[in-house]
Design a protein around this ligand. Structure first.
Ligand SMILES: [Zn+2]
Length: 304
């Protein structure tokens, strides 16, 4: 997960339809009227065939085609951050149906994260109910925005990628069973990182492996190649050192690229000599570890 900027004013047109207020009023008495055509932003051709899905497209553009939770590339499912039809473990609550078309409640998700999260939405405080979002007996759309009062006062455990800074809550380590790279919660007793990992099942085996294959393996391969060129004397020692520094430079540039999967992992690797050591250096052949780690420390201290 990484922090994402979403413009809450420039919404897709299907979420600002004039008839939306009446449709939401009807949903207040019958949740079955929630229409996925609206929250996906479906626009049809004259013959009824699908022309495009403007909400899906807008979210894909904002999130670079990645799942908001696991940061893998995905075919986008629209996930309601606050579940729209029921809330797991709190059957009396009945879900946040009035937020079904709320832009700040719509998050792009892969099937795996969406399925795992399901209707789960644990919070620290009291659940907000429909009347809490009224002003003068009418639904107040400002009160439906995820970052506003009263919703923010629920203090959800699940991180919101448009509100929270995930790197304050999440870090990475080599999986204990060596299956790949695992996420860990950083925030101790606060538990938001840990809970987000649990709710979306962000340490499922497929993701452990994909993080390793997409991010770690290519880096290890670059170092391997540099050492091999040096040992064959294809390059001189000064050229070798230059090459190692060029690899660090590339990693530094790459961590800002949102077009690649797993941006938070790329950022974490470059965040400190300790994280570089635990995620990269320790996976190198022992004979190469000391040189690479010392080089990284010198690179890091000369840049930051
Ligand atoms: Zn996902």
């Amino acid at each position: 997960m990484r922090k994402v900027d979403k413009d809450l004013v420039q919404k897709p047109a299907s979420l600002t339809l004039p008839e939306l207020a009446d449709l939401l009023k009807a949903i207040e008495t019958d949740k079955n009227l929630i229409n996925s055509d609206i929250y996906r932003g479906k626009i049809r051709n004259d013959d009824g065939t699908l022309h495009k899905e403007e909400v899906v497209e807008a979210l894909e553009a904002i999130y670079n085609g990645k799942c908001a939770y696991c940061e893998d590339f995905t075919s986008t499912e629209i996930e309601h951050y606050r579940p729209k039809s029921r809330t797991m473990y709190f059957p009396k609550h009945g879900g946040y149906f009035w937020l079904c078309y709320e832009w700040s409640n719509l998050i792009p998700s892969c099937h795996g994260c969406n399925k795992s999260k399901s209707f789960e939405f644990p919070i620290k405080n009291q659940h907000v109910r429909l009347p809490d979002c009224y002003t003068d007996q009418v639904l107040d759309l400002e009160k439906c925005v995820a970052r506003n009062t009263p919703l923010i006062n629920e203090e959800p455990y699940l991180l919101h990628p448009e509100i929270d800074e995930p790197k304050e809550y999440l870090s990475f380590q080599i999986d204990e069973k060596k299956r790949g790279i695992a996420l860990t919660g950083l925030d101790g007793s606060n538990k938001r990182g840990e809970e987000t990992i649990r709710i979306c099942n962000l340490n499922r085996e497929e993701l452990l492996r994909k993080r390793q294959e997409a991010v770690i393996f290519p880096i290890l391969k670059h170092f391997k190649l540099a050492f091999s060129l040096l040992s064959k004397q294809t390059i001189s020692k000064p050229q070798f050192i230059e090459l190692i520094y060029a690899i660090f430079e590339d990693l530094e540039k790459e961590k800002h690229s949102n077009e690649r999967p797993f941006t938070l992992l790329r950022k974490t690797i470059m965040e400190s000599p300790q994280s570089f050591k635990s995620l990269i250096t320790n996976q190198l052949p022992e004979a190469q570890q000391q040189f690479i780690q010392l080089s990284f420390e010198s690179y890091f201290h000369s840049h930051f």
